[in-house]
Design a protein. Structure first.
Length: 127
């Protein structure tokens, strides 16, 4: 059985989405080792996904155009990171508002992690 790069990208984005959503399950009653395992798995899956995406980013770019392509790719990554932070902040504020709370609570963060995981899972359909 062989796997293509597309298979790797799809499985990487799926496991990355699951790892981010898994943070929504973590609470203070969890054993420290279990929390560390979730963090380790999330870090590994996201690292593999970023490596895969960066590998295919310049496949069709001729050598003489790679300087500009590198700049554009770096800027795109920064914009997508900023958009993800804005999305998570919006979910946090919405969760707090719907709850009627004055301060953020762990339930708000659970909602944000699950929503971010769902957003990442939806991006999987574009692979």
């Amino acid at each position: 059985m062989s796997f293509s790069l597309g298979d790797g990208l799809r499985s990487g984005s799926g496991s990355g989405a699951a790892a981010v959503a898994a943070f929504g399950l973590v609470d203070p009653s969890w054993h420290l080792g279990a929390m560390a395992l979730v963090l380790l798995l999330a870090g590994m899956t996201r690292s593999m996904q970023f490596t895969s995406l960066n590998t295919v980013a310049f496949v069709d770019i001729p050598m003489d155009a790679r300087t500009g392509a590198t700049t554009l790719a770096a800027m795109s990554q920064q914009i997508s990171s900023a958009a993800a932070i804005a999305f998570a902040a919006l979910v946090l504020a919405t969760s707090q508002s719907l709850r009627g709370g004055q301060h953020l609570e762990s339930a708000d963060f659970r909602s944000a992690f699950v929503a971010c995981g769902v957003l990442l899972a939806l991006s999987r359909s574009g692979c």
